[in-house]
Design a protein around this ligand. Structure first.
Ligand SMILES: Nc1nc2c(ncn2[C@@H]2O[C@H](COP(=O)(O)OP(=O)(O)OP(=O)(O)O)[C@@H](O)[C@H]2O)c(=O)[nH]1
Ligand SMILES: [Mg+2]
Length: 332
């Protein structure tokens, strides 16, 4: 580690690498923000991340994602794989309803060192949600979790971006919700590496399975990964049906990515996306700080029709020349 790193951060890094739960939680809180400390921490952790298998789960609200995450975690633990979980929760941090629900479902893991659960509220997220949540993935990755599960609702560009930054994308559809249609609209079905039909203890589940299989036969091409045939896995958290199969498919997909060279391609795509998202965040912060400054003069000129909007925007961008050298949020 560089000598310039504050002792406090050095200790935190060591503890995260050792997998100490309390330090992992603290590092994740830091990672969500963008202080100078957070940049130093993430720089160090980045060097140690890159080993976890990152699995994204998405689907419309109520599709059964959280129940599935709990069932999957139980199955992965049987195989002695450690699991870090990030649930991106659209509920307000104040109502806390859904977060509480997830906590209750996951309480079975409270005593288990091999499971770490974190809920992130979308409302009130510090900085861009995608940037923040993917930085927290790095923390779990560096902490040595074998699998990192990310649960997001498949609605909204941010959530779709986040789940697409997983190595393996699992799209959960529930029978009878009209999910097929809704998910197509949200552009979510196309990003699936694995389709899951949850609640297959319900009578209309076979229909949903058929719909998805039909859609795949119609040649929705997914990610253009020709050597992977996207499976449709019916599951029930109620009866336990299909959960073992789903874990097997997730692991098979990982093996496929590694053996075909596709993993390297995806890891580069994910990093590209993260770098751009982070740059956008830094830029937005910097520009927002000009609201009381340079922007005032520019908007006045635009208001008087002495300057057009694009010229004003380009002029405003003149303030970013210093960003390369300094941190984002904390520079004066
Ligand atoms: N019958 C049946 N019900 C299920 C199954 N899995 C989940 N459910 C129920 O479906 C409802 C929604 O489940 P969640 O796991 O909270 O769904 P979610 O997709 O995480 O929902 P949000 O996080 O709110 O988007 C709950 O009432 C569950 O009890 C299942 O396999 N069978
Ligand atoms: Mg949920």
């Amino acid at each position: 580690m560089p000598d310039t790193l504050p002792d406090e951060i050095k200790t935190l890094v060591d503890e995260v690498l050792a997998g100490k739960a309390r330090s992992v939680a603290r590092a994740m809180s830091l990672a969500e923000g963008r202080s100078e400390q957070s940049e130093a921490l993430m720089a160090e952790l980045h060097r140690h991340a890159g080993r976890a298998h990152i699995v994204g789960l998405t689907g419309v609200p109520g599709a059964g994602k959280s129940t599935m995450v709990a069932a999957l975690t139980r199955e992965l633990r049987k195989r002695e794989l450690s699991v870090g979980i990030i649930a991106i929760d659209p509920s307000s941090p104040f109502s806390g309803g859904a977060i509480l629900g997830d906590r209750v479902r996951m309480t079975g893991f409270a005593e288990d060192d091999g499971v770490f659960i974190r809920s992130m509220a979308t409302r009130g997220a510090l900085g861009g949600l995608a940037r923040a949540s993917l930085d927290t993935v790095d923390v779990l990755d560096a902490a040595g979790f074998d699998i990192v599960l990310i649960e997001t609702v498949g609605v909204g560009q941010d959530e779709v971006d986040i789940v697409q930054a997983a190595h393996t994308v699992v799209v959960v559809s529930a029978p009878g919700l009209g999910d097929e249609i809704q998910a197509i609209k949200a552009g979510v079905l196309e990003i699936a590496d694995i389709h899951v039909v949850s609640k297959c203890d319900k009578p209309d589940a076979p229909r949903t399975v058929q719909d998805l299989q039909g859609m795949l036969h119609l040649g929705r091409p997914g990610k253009g990964d020709k050597d992977w045939a996207t499976p449709v896995v019916p599951t029930s958290a109620e009866t336990g049906e299909g959960i073992e199969d789903l874990v097997a498919k997730i692991i098979a997909h990982y093996d496929h990515l590694e053996n075909s060279g596709e993993m390297e391609v995806r890891k580069r795509q994910i990093l590209e996306m993260r770098i751009i998202k982070t740059a956008e965040d830094i830029l937005r912060d910097r520009l927002m700080r000009e609201r009381a400054g340079k922007l005032q003069g520019l908007l006045e000129k635009a208001y008087q029709r002495d300057m057009d909007v694009r010229a004003a925007a380009r002029d405003l961008l003149g303030v970013v020349t210093e960003l390369k050298r300094k941190g984002g949020a904390d520079e004066p």
